[in-house]
Write a protein of this length. Structure first.
Length: 477
């Protein structure tokens, strides 16, 4: 095992665009399952005739990547050809990228992996393959995607693209993977439509088919550094598998939390075909990366619960885990890929805070109407106030209970008219806010709930938590 091998790393660029290209949950789940199984059956078919242990070995699979080590460089190149063909045939629309070096030294794994990842990065920037049929003026457009309509879908009695067809087929095959989280709870099922990822009564209003949902994206902190610190392939594989298990168990605890809330009558669930519909639907569960949708009123709580559980998990390198999350509350019919992009940007906000001050952070935002352009620029403009920016996010996960206390104080004790008057005044000068608070104390015996020392100052360093607390009033159980 001391001699050098040919190493291949496989990656899938634009994975988020592939999964979240559609607003139909069946497509998203099907695409996610394709990504999940990408290194299983297709890889097995491409490796037919090549003996594991003799000709190659699998370094690891997970987190969207796979690493294989071959004794013979020609067999490695042949695998790339076969695997690319198999994936293109069965999963049109999936874009693959490969990195390859012919002198991978397992006695110096860290340096070898560094060079391998550099080659992958180079290849990704040089070449982007065409993996579906180009549209022409004579072809019909797929109603579910921007692709050419090539195959007949008997369910909808319409022509759709092969990309969408593959996702729908994967949904039917793969829904059992996510359903395994409910194996012990036979009375509960996951919904297959975004508009049904809601609690009973939370879809009232003018458009009951377009309720508010929360899109939650969570990512582990500094996991790249920890993987790069592994000194052997076996160590890397153990860490990958233990992190995957921590993610799986943490999401299972989220599912159990929702069921526990229901059994205690703290939330009401809808029913379909005699079973309770979970107000929750996992989309991506891989490595330290997780994305799920849920009822808007559960978004922050379930994100916090997942991170709390994940942070208590044990993994093979013995170091503690932490994670950051983004929670975007938005209407179900809002373009799903844009919703996911915002959730990712919110996660990046949380990670920035985590780098400045260690810990797990969550950043959230609520979009009651759509917006155009980039989230970062929009938030700077939309939330701009005389004293600073009214958005306080991100929050350390341990501080979220304090924010909830402020929210419930407004929700349960303050008249709505006074709350919304304060909301508007937060954009004005601090003096006007203090005068208003003096008046409501004298006339109505109302005071702000304490959050650190903001009750006295209201604004500090250009930030205030009270706008976030007011915004959350509609989105807590």
């Amino acid at each position: 095992m001391g001699y050098k091998k040919t190493a291949i790393i496989i990656d899938m660029p634009s994975i988020q665009r592939y999964i979240f290209a559609s607003n139909r949950l069946r497509h998203n789940i099907g695409a996610s399952y394709i990504v999940k199984r990408l290194y299983d059956e297709p890889m097995k078919e491409a490796l037919e005739g090549v003996k594991e242990g003799e000709d190659f070995k699998i370094g690891y699979k997970g987190g969207g990547n796979a690493l294989l080590l071959f004794k013979n460089p020609e067999k490695a190149k042949e695998f790339i050809k076969k695997y690319s063909k198999v994936v293109m045939e069965y999963f049109p629309g999936v874009v693959l990228a490969f990195g390859m070096i012919e002198d991978f030294d397992e006695s110096n794994t860290q340096d070898s992996l560094k060079r391998l990842h550099y080659n992958l990065k180079e290849n990704r920037s040089k070449y982007l393959p065409i993996v579906n049929i180009n549209k022409w003026g004579i072809t019909r457009d797929c109603p579910e995607s921007y692709e050419s309509a090539e195959v007949y879908n008997s369910d909808d009695k319409n022509f759709i693209s092969k990309v969408v067809k593959a996702k729908l087929k994967a949904f039917e095959i793969g829904k059992g993977y996510f359903d395994s989280y409910l194996e012990e709870y036979k009375d509960y099922i996951f919904p297959s439509e975004l508009s049904k990822c809601t609690l009973m009564g939370n879809d009232k209003g003018d458009d009951t088919s377009n309720p508010y949902i929360a899109l939650v994206h969570i990512d582990g902190n500094k996991m790249g550094e920890r993987f790069r610190a592994c000194k052997s392939i076996d160590e890397l594989k153990r860490l990958s598998e233990s992190v995957e298990e921590a993610t799986r168990q943490s999401f299972k605890s989220v599912v159990e939390r929702v069921i526990d809330l229901h059994k205690k009558d703290q939330i009401s669930l809808r029913q379909e075909n005699g079973k309770y519909l979970m107000p929750l639907r996992p989309i991506i569960l891989g490595g330290d990366d997780i994305t799920f949708v849920c009822d808007a009123k559960l978004g922050l709580e379930l994100a916090k619960y997942f991170i709390d559980t994940f942070s208590k998990s044990k993994v093979s390198d013995g170091k503690p885990l932490s994670a950051c999350g983004g929670v975007f509350i938005v209407k179900a019919k809002y373009p799903f890929f844009k919703s996911y992009t915002v959730a990712e940007e919110l996660t990046s906000e949380a990670k920035k805070a985590s780098r400045e001050k260690e810990g797990s952070y969550i950043s959230f935002a609520i979009a009651k109407s759509g917006f155009t352009g980039d989230w970062k620029n929009f938030s700077k403009t939309y939330y701009k106030a005389t004293e600073g920016n009214v958005r306080f996010s991100p929050y350390n996960v341990e501080e979220l209970n304090e924010l909830f206390k402020v929210t419930y104080e407004f929700k349960n004790k303050w008249p709505r008219s006074k709350v919304y008057e304060l909301r508007e005044l937060l954009f004005d000068k601090k003096e006007k806010i203090k005068m208003f608070l003096y008046e409501v104390k004298e006339k109505h015996n109302l005071e702000l709930e304490e959050y650190e020392d903001y009750k006295e100052h209201i604004w500090k360093n250009g930030k205030t938590p009270y706008f976030d607390a007011i915004e959350l009033m509609e989105f807590v159980p």
